[in-house]
Write a protein that binds this ligand. Structure first.
Ligand code: NDP
Ligand code: 2IT
Length: 452
């Protein structure tokens, strides 16, 4: 790092020494800033990056709720409103026991640049809770969501901050949250995205992150003379992003041989066909079961339980392309080494920050095409942006219309990040390309708006 970025990084670490995930997200971003900072003296003069690493506002609150046994439970809620430079705060809510301020801050920070890349007018934010929905009844999840919204509603609004889903927050949770917002405020507005079809949700929003990931990677591959058709792919996770990544990979003629959850992974050499994927969707979204059950149902499938934090066997299976779609830091340096050893050609980040910094560096050093999360998973928030537009206009676009807009946004992202990579970094360094292209727009807006 150069002296300016090093100073910013040290300051961030000193301010919040325990926020490891946030520090990691800032660190990898600053490495890209080194490539542009000398050419942009106004960025240094106006302390743009120093301002960007400090959220505009952080809200933390108590979430009391009653479980099915009548006992009082207390969780912690968060909303980090990182940047409103180019639009209202926008970003998902995560419900997972691991959630803390560091994780929400890293997600909010990355969301700013991701949203900028979509080309839509959205600022960045993120929120959530350490509430664990696993094993909870629908009634418990509803009571939790109602209590969460009873505090959150005063901080959000269709022109202020528009939350959506993330890990542990899907259609069911968004419905409960929306119902409570509507009840408290007596207004029917597009304050959340990812809503149900009958109350303002956009078609293709559930599919958007996975589809967008595959569209962007398809673009990258085609520009390198490669293709998805006939390729073998690794996908991790088995939630929203993983499911629709598999669906689109299948549609484009690729074969996906793995899925996982936090308990373990399945390896299906024959491939997860559309019929098998329908079973996974039923298992995960309706039955809320475990991926292990896939191996009980289908012959010739291996289930490997997850043990410890060492190498994940999923990343040691020979394949052409890998799509981490579970969670942050799921690819450590050893995993990256295994992927490289087995000749992986592309890593497409469906999850946010799925690779540790050293793993990303290894991929770049070894010439593996790396589609970074800020660009690769931007399809979800892009269609959220389209949902906001439809809500404001009070109309509804068809599946085809939304899918076409999503495709064109992902194509635009590819052009943007590859041009920024060529101009400021190296050809095909999409990590630098995404950071720099996302940054420039927000930086210009911040400078134009004065010291706020
Ligand atoms: P879901 O809750 O639908 O699925 C998450 C999946 O990842 C599950 O299979 C889950 O397993 C697994 N997982 C979650 N946490 C961990 C963990 N700590 N260790 C191991 N496995 C874990 O979430 P999404 O599919 O929506 O999100 C997946 C990733 O994609 C996240 O990084 C999210 O931030 C990112 N993302 C999501 C977008 C969206 O629109 N939903 C948009 C852009 C990015 P288990 O069931 O065992 O917990
Ligand atoms: O990480 C993400 O981009 C999301 N979870 C989706 C955010 C959104 O507002 O749709």
């Amino acid at each position: 790092m150069n002296t300016v970025t090093e100073k910013i990084y040290q300051h961030v670490c000193q301010l919040d020494p325990d926020q490891k995930e946030f520090q990691q997200a800032v660190y990898t971003f600053l490495l890209s800033m080194d490539k542009v900072i000398d050419e942009l003296p106004e960025v240094t003069y106006h302390k743009v990056i120093e301002r960007m690493v400090e959220p505009e506002r952080v809200v933390m609150f108590r979430v009391p709720w009653i479980d099915d046994e009548g006992r009082l439970q207390i969780n912690r809620g968060f909303r980090v409103q990182q940047s409103s430079a180019i639009g209202p705060y926008k970003g998902g809510l995560r419900f997972h026991p691991s959630v803390n301020l560091s994780i929400i801050k890293f997600l909010a920070f990355e969301q700013v640049f991701k949203n900028s890349l979509t080309g839509l007018p959205m600022g960045g934010g993120k929120g959530g809770s350490d509430f664990n929905p696993k094993g909870r009844s629908d009634a418990e999840v509803m009571r939790f969501c109602q209590s969460f919204m009873t505090e959150l509603y005063r901080h959000i609004g269709p022109d202020t901050d528009v939350p959506a889903g993330d890990i542990g927050v899907g259609g069911r949770e968004i419905g409960f949250l929306y119902g409570q917002y509507k009840r408290i405020t007596n207004s029917f507005t597009g304050v959340l995205t990812g809503k149900g079809q009958t109350f303002g949700g956009s078609l293709i929003r559930p599919e958007a992150t996975g589809y967008g990931l595959v569209y962007l990677c398809d673009e990258i591959l085609r520009n390198e003379g490669r293709k998805l058709e006939g390729a073998t792919c690794l996908v991790s996770g088995s939630g929203n992003v993983a499911q629709y990544t598999v669906e689109k990979l299948n549609a484009l003629g690729a074969k996906v041989v793995t899925l996982s959850d936090s308990s373990g992974m399945i390896y299906d050499e024959e491939g997860i066909s559309p019929e098998k994927l329908a079973y996974v969707m039923q298992l995960k979204n309706v039955k809320r079961g475990r991926i292990r059950e896939y191996a009980d149902k289908y012959k010739g499938v291996t289930y490997i339980p997850r043990t410890g934090n060492g190498a994940n066997p999923l990343w040691d299976i020979k394949a052409d392309y890998a799509f981490p779609c579970a969670t942050q830091n799921e690819i450590n340096l050893e995993d990256a080494g295994n992927l490289v050893k087995n000749g992986i050609k592309l890593v497409g980040e469906g999850a946010n920050m799925p690779c540790v910094a050293e793993a990303e560096k290894l991929f770049l050093d070894k010439g593996v095409l790396l589609a970074p999360a800020k660009a690769a998973n931007a399809g979800g928030v892009a269609v959220s942006g389209l949902e906001m537009s439809q809500n404001s206009m009070r109309l509804h676009w068809t599946r085809e219309e939304v899918d076409e807009k999503l495709r064109s946004i992902m194509k635009g992202i590819y052009t943007n990040i590859s041009e920024a990579a060529d101009k400021y970094s190296e050809h095909n360094n999409f990590v630098d390309g995404a950071n720099i292209a996302g940054f420039l727009k927000v930086a210009n807006a911040m400078i134009a708006q004065g010291y706020v």
